[in-house]
Write a protein that binds this ligand. Structure first.
Ligand code: NAP
Length: 288
């Protein structure tokens, strides 16, 4: 069993930290809004720290799941950041969806101080975090990853090292690129079916068993048909992620025409009031 800290008890971090505790690890938590950390500790036991630095002291692994690149920099390398409290040989595992650039930057800074760094964004959403069934995509050094993997598996059903620093974030970008075009296709299909006067639930039931089937169709098709979007992965987060993908594509020369278009469609959804709606709300552009 490991001595660990968890920084960032949001929608994802809160249940991820709980799984670490349930599996028997010794957990210290930090959250910017302290009340959330107190609530977590009252429900799960464990220790609360007042800063990332204090949380990170004497830990073997420091987990983190905050919003974006700047949040991550603050929590890791700010004046009260985790790196300042970590001992040589300790490992920082970052579950934030962030850029590959910040992952490489923090990997290098960590290495200077004798600390390991693994970029480890996740897929599986709130439900995956609650059920301890996340997919974790990792980048970093193999020896460091090897030590972290068994502890990460406390809240994951799959975890894999894809390459050097930044490779986890690049893999998560591919995940988001694949989702963007797929959800737009599903929106168009459902929209078309409604105009054609078909029973959409029946249509989805049958075509989900064929070549058009997907996680999005199975899990989101019926709620898209009903116009229900008050759950899941928020449009604001998706735009952050697609922005990261498009920035990276400008650097590596990849062409992402559909991703760029869908990003603009999500901007329209934001203007419709859908900033916190689930990403399946792309269909609302046709209905609104
Ligand atoms: P969230 O509920 O908004 O939680 C964000 C957490 O980060 C909160 O604990 C927040 O603290 C903390 N935080 C943000 N900025 C900070 C800063 N500058 N300093 C210290 N703490 C800071 O977000 P989430 O849904 O858990 O998502 C977290 C990350 O996972 C994001 O990168 C997201 O893209 C990714 N992700 C989310 C999902 C999903 O379905 N939600 C799925 C896959 C990946 P406060 O409580 O004080 O605000």
């Amino acid at each position: 069993m490991a001595k660990v800290a968890f920084l960032g008890l949001g929608v994802m971090g809160y249940p991820m930290a709980r799984h670490l505790k349930t599996k028997g690890h010794e957990v210290t938590v930090y959250n910017r809004t302290a009340a959330k950390a107190e609530k977590w500790a009252s429900e799960n036991g464990g220790r609360v720290a007042k800063s990332p630095k204090k949380a990170a002291q004497e830990q073997e692994i420091v987990f983190c799941c905050v919003g974006n690149d700047d949040d991550l920099r603050q929590v890791a390398t700010g004046p009260d950041g985790a790196f300042a409290g970590m001992e040589r040989g300790a490992i920082f595992v970052d579950h934030t969806t962030a850029s590959a650039l910040v992952a490489r930057e923090l990997h290098a800074k960590a290495k200077d101080g004798g600390i390991g760094f693994v970029d480890a964004p996740v897929s599986g959403g709130q439900a995956g975090a609650e059920n301890g069934m996340l997919t974790v995509m990792c980048g970093g050094d193999a020896d460091v990853y090897g030590k972290a993997e068994p502890v990460i598996m406390s809240f994951a059903r799959a975890c894999r090292l894809l390459g050097g620093p930044g490779s986890g974030q690049l893999t998560k970008m591919i995940n988001q690129i694949c989702i963007a075009g797929l959800v737009q296709g599903l929106s168009e299909g459902i929209h078309f079916g409604k105009r054609a006067g078909l029973d959409i639930d029946a249509v989805l039931d049958v075509i989900s068993k064929g070549a058009a089937g997907s996680w999005q169709m199975e899990n989101r098709g019926k709620t898209m048909n009903q116009g229900k979007f008050d759950f899941g992965f928020a449009v604001d987060w998706m735009r952050k992620d697609l922005g990261i993908c498009l920035d990276e594509a400008r650097r590596n020369g990849a062409q992402l025409p559909v991703t760029a278009l869908v990003d603009q469609f999500y901007a329209e959804v934001q203007k419709m009031g859908g900033r916190r709606w689930d990403t399946s709300s792309l269909i609302a552009r046709f209905e609104g």
